[in-house]
Design a binder for this molecule. Structure first.
Ligand code: UTP
Ligand code: MN
Length: 510
């Protein structure tokens, strides 16, 4: 028996209209659609009900028997873990193969489940729900945008960023994984006991968490935030077009800020020049409202040059974020080939309207036959892609409120030069926009790859490689055992190939 929620005494809800003639109210069956498909589920539901079985529309606190087809016990358990309320007291349900239902229907009554009907799970379910529910890969978990442990995850993510600045990727990922586990917890951590049996929490992360729980703050995190290196690296990598390597070189030369770059006449490439010029704007969060305004512009541009094309918002905004550092779009056309050469046309249209402050387009260089299944490092994909900076007209409200905070803005870039305070705020702001064009056959993979979060993507690829012997990229999924590509038309199909429960975008905030 698998622990679920407390069983209610009252049952047979009105929603189950067709269950009116139910002859066996003590056996409440839930049929799992996963791998079975909606039509077969509907068929079995009708058949079962016609024989007087109580078949529930959805999993509920009154469910006693969960029936599935072609799923392992662990897969069903994972599904249940993700679809039951964690805080509830548990009660038990039978996890059964479809053969139990078909045999029962043939008998005309629910049979007592035999061993051969039962699905085996690898871990014995325990009463400690946290232990059984927290899976070790972030792509196995639901991570909402708003969670209960920001006071811990913010600290761990500062250390992760600092490790990145020091080009220590392993350490950085370790801190991010720890933070991600805490984001998935259904409640705030109060003491070290709450962390028992959680995966991914390394010694260093635990030490930091312990310090914060006991003292309210961590000395290591505090000194990191205060350090000249961290502050300079944050300011310098915060410039569009500047990576850790350049930032680190400048830091060693004694430079600390974008102003220092200008003052010392550093040689900057075009992206970096734009990055310095629009530094304040690009470091001010893009709001959802602004993202929507940009969406309208992109839609207009794309429709003008290729009517019927599909434009989808990706990245953080697709995951439900209220603000972002940029706006990401994926563009395709249902007729494969129509998307070829699309990007230059879009850019041309935008440029003619005076909507672009900067753009750099890279061509699509992905060729399945040539590139093969091996994914390029760091998930760099090869789509036709445009890194751009849009010139977005401000609406009147935001212009006014910005006018009021203008002194703050000028101080971030201009130091203490108070004369700048009087300058009128421009009627527009700069916004980073990423445009990606994908062939329709790769669209599902591109959608999954461009939705993020970055850690979620990383974990998906790790899961595919380590647990499934597959190779996942934003272009394709390759099964090494079968030595073939697995085609998909939706994200749901890709999760199913990977043997993962489908996680909607708003719960991929790992
Ligand atoms: P972003 O860096 O835009 O992050 O990448 P985000 O989640 O939208 O968050 P903010 O609000 O902008 O900071 C969006 C997604 O695109 C993928 C990343 O993995 C991420 O999931 N991506 C980004 C790529 O696949 N390739 C890239 O070269 C860049
Ligand atoms: Mn983004």
């Amino acid at each position: 028996m698998f622990p679920l929620k407390r069983r209610k005494i009252t049952k047979v809800e009105d929603e189950n209209q067709e269950n009116k003639i139910c002859k066996f109210p003590e056996v409440a069956i839930f049929i799992l659609e996963r791998k079975m498909g909606a039509s077969r589920k509907a068929f079995l539901t009708r058949l079962g009900r016609s024989k007087g079985f109580l078949i529930e529309e959805s999993l509920s606190s009154s469910t006693t028997h969960v029936v599935s087809e072609s799923n392992t016990g662990d897969e069903v358990q994972t599904w249940l873990n993700n679809h039951t309320n964690r805080q509830d007291t548990t009660h038990s349900v039978h996890l059964l193969d479809i053969s139990w239902l078909t045999e029962s229907m043939a008998e005309g009554r629910p049979l007592t489940p035999q061993d051969r009907h039962r699905l085996k799970t690898s871990t014995e379910p325990s009463v400690d729900t946290t232990t059984t529910l927290m899976k070790s890969y972030a792509c196995q978990r639901r991570t909402p945008l708003k969670h209960h442990n920001a006071f811990l995850t913010d600290a761990l993510e500062i250390l992760a960023a600092n490790a990145e600045f020091n080009e220590n990727e392993g350490r950085s990922v370790a801190f991010r994984r720890s933070a991600s586990v805490l984001k998935a917890l259904p409640q705030a951590v109060h003491g070290m006991d709450d962390l028992r049996n959680l995966p991914c929490l390394g010694e260093h992360s635990l030490r930091i968490i312990k310090e914060i729980l006991e003292d309210g703050t961590s000395r290591e995190v505090e000194s990191t935030v205060q350090s000249a290196q961290y502050q300079a690296m944050k300011a310098l990598t915060g410039i569009f077009g500047v990576g850790v390597k350049s930032a680190d070189r400048w830091f060693r030369e004694g430079l600390r800020s974008p102003l220092d770059l200008i003052r010392t006449g550093q040689k900057l490439n075009q992206a970096q020049q734009a990055g310095v010029r629009y530094y304040n704007d690009l470091n001010r969060p893009v709001t959802k409202k602004e993202a929507v305004a940009i969406s309208h512009i992109v839609e207009e541009a794309v429709n003008a040059v290729l009517p019927g094309a599909i434009i989808e918002l990706m990245g953080g905004f697709r995951r439900g974020k209220e603000v972002g550092h940029d706006v990401d779009f994926l563009i395709t056309h249902t007729e494969e080939g129509e998307e070829e050469g699309l990007m230059p046309k879009i850019i041309n249209w935008l440029e003619k309207q005076g909507l672009l402050l900067y753009q750099k387009t890279t061509r699509n260089s992905y060729l399945e036959s040539k590139d093969g299944p091996a994914r390029p490092p760091h998930n760099m994909d090869r789509f036709e892609r445009c890194f751009s900076i849009f010139k977005l007209e401000r609406d009147k409200d935001s212009s006014r409120s910005l006018q009021e905070t203008a002194s703050y803005d000028s101080s971030t870039m201009e130091g203490d030069d108070r004369t700048k305070e009087q300058e009128p705020v421009p009627s527009w702001r700069a916004v980073r926009v990423d445009l990606v064009v994908s062939p329709y056959s790769q669209f599902a993979f591109a959608t999954l790859g461009w939705t993020g979060s970055k850690l979620f993507e990383r974990e998906l690829r790790r899961w595919a490689g380590q647990e499934k012997g597959m190779s996942l990229s934003s272009h394709a999924l390759y099964d090494s055992k079968q030595q073939r590509y697995l085609r998909a038309n939706s994200e749901e199909e890709i999760f199913a190939y990977l043997g993962l429960e489908y996680i909607p975008p708003c719960e991929r905030n790992a």
